[in-house]
Design a protein around this ligand. Structure first.
Ligand SMILES: [Zn+2]
Length: 79
């Protein structure tokens, strides 16, 4: 019974390291990304997802939700 709890904890840790099941690059504030690169802590993306930015964001496709929100924000600012 108790061994199940331990294995579950380990599993979620691995998932966090892998950057979740959907491997996307997300938009976030540049200051947050820089800080995460130093501390290794997860940050909150534009879409609300908490993730750890990869050192090579080009490896992953851009999160569609982040892109949508970013472009919406950009078009509002230019108006
Ligand atoms: Zn996103």
């Amino acid at each position: 019974m108790s061994s199940t709890d331990v294995s579950h904890e380990t599993e979620s840790e691995i998932l966090l390291d892998e950057g979740d099941h959907d491997r996307f690059s997300h938009y976030a504030r540049k200051a947050d990304i820089v800080e995460s690169a130093v501390t290794g802590k997860p940050i909150v993306a534009l879409c609300g997802k908490v993730w750890v930015p990869d050192r090579n964001p080009d490896r992953f496709p851009l999160c569609p939700r982040c892109k949508e929100l970013y472009e919406k924000k950009k078009s509002q600012e230019s108006n």
